[in-house]
Every structure is written in C-alpha cells, then in structure tokens.
Design a protein around this ligand. Sequence first.
Ligand SMILES: [Zn+2]
Length: 173
Amino acid sequence: MVSITELLADQAINAYLFRMVGDEGIELLKRFPEGEERSDEELAELTEINLNTVRHTLYTLYEKRLAEYRRLKNSETGWLTYLWHLRMDRLHSVIEEEIRDALEHLDARLAYEEKNDFYICKDCGIIYTFADAAEWNFECPNCEEMLEHFDNELIATALRKRVDQIKESIGSA
Ligand SMILES: [Zn+2]
C-alpha cells in the first residue's frame, strides 16, 4: 500500500487534500499511525491538534469515503467509542470520480454553448439565448436597448480545449 508520505509527495494530491482539509488536516494525515485505528481523542492527543479540528477533518474525510469508523460500545458504561482509520487507498478513485463529474459538467456546458445562439444587451451586459431574445422581440427587457448577436465562439473554444485536456489527462480522449 502507498504510504501517506508518498501520496503527499505528489504535488497535485497534496494540493487536492490541502483544499479539502487544510494545513492541520494535512498534519493529522501525516501523524495518523499508519494502518491503525484511533479514537478522535487519541488522535488529538497524539498529534497535538485540537479535538474539534480532528473531528472536523475526520468527518470531511469520511464524506469523501477517505476515512471510516468502527463503533465500540463499553459494556459497563454503555458509552460509545468511535475508532477511525484512513482509507487513503481510495484516494485515486475519489479524485478520478471528481474529475469525471467536472468533465460531465463541462461537456454539458459546451453542448449548451454549441447548440444555442446568443444575443447580448451591450448596456446591461446580459446575454440571452435566441429563444429568449425572440420572445422579447430582440429588445432588452431591462432597458429596451436592441439586442445584438453575441459570438460565443471564444467561450466554446475555451470549453472544448478544457474538455480535451481533461479527457487526455484521464486517458479517455
Ligand atoms: Zn439592457
């Protein structure tokens, strides 16, 4: 299994995790005993990161499927303890999923740009689709200025480029 230190050595992965859990979250990941499970309180003590931050980080990771817990019930007191462990082995598939989602979103946006014709009010800076503009008789509903055709080729080209880049990076071009 790849160690967290190795994962964090990858700049893209480091940046991705940093956006997700921040500085202290990264520290927690680094100091989490490899392959072991710990309660949030143990982790706070072990890493000297405050308990709320530890909890917040664990929940954030959990939401991304990158951490899991096991619930233990103390038979005498009935108290529950949550023992956490990391699932960094899923990191690559989690990132790939997010990229695919982003790609889907961009693809849909591109399709929208490609199949619509656009009109703009130069005064208000508002852009309308052909259908909307026609409904307003090509007059801006805001200021009654005549709408002008808006060339969206630059936007479409930029989107197309981005889509191609992403497809290339995940090897499905
Ligand atoms: Zn206007």
